[in-house]
Design a binder for this molecule. Structure first.
Ligand SMILES: [Cu+2]
Length: 116
């Protein structure tokens, strides 16, 4: 009888250890999943005609074609420039291909080059 009770106690203890360990493991897996999501930056690609360049504000107005990855139709809109050096050699009326990301509610160009 005494042995039985200590066996039951040992079983309960090991069950608790298992529950705690699996809880810790689950939390770590969740952390890893969140970190992976935060690192994943989705970029979009399009072609456009440059309508205006405002180097002071760091904004370019583009008449862009449809952006399939965002289900956007063609439209004219402003984009923020990640780095003003990207705009070197690009002028109004140029046909460009460009890559952009969504960041803090802005659409930010990360790559842009003349030609299609
Ligand atoms: Cu647009």
């Amino acid at each position: 009888m005494k042995r039985n009770i200590s066996n039951v106690f040992a079983n309960i203890c090991s069950m608790f250890v298992l529950i705690i360990l699996s809880g810790v493991l689950a939390m770590q897996l969740a952390d890893i999943a969140i970190a992976a999501q935060e690192e994943m930056v989705v970029s979009h690609e399009g072609i456009a005609t440059v309508k205006a360049i405002d180097m002071n504000q760091g904004i370019v107005k583009l008449a862009h074609g449809p952006i399939a990855s965002l289900k956007w139709p063609a439209m004219t809109m402003d984009f923020r420039i990640e780095d003003r050096a990207l705009m070197q050699g690009i002028k109004v009326d140029d046909a460009v291909t460009f890559v952009f990301i969504q960041s803090n509610g802005d659409y930010v160009i990360t790559h842009i080059k003349s030609g299609k």
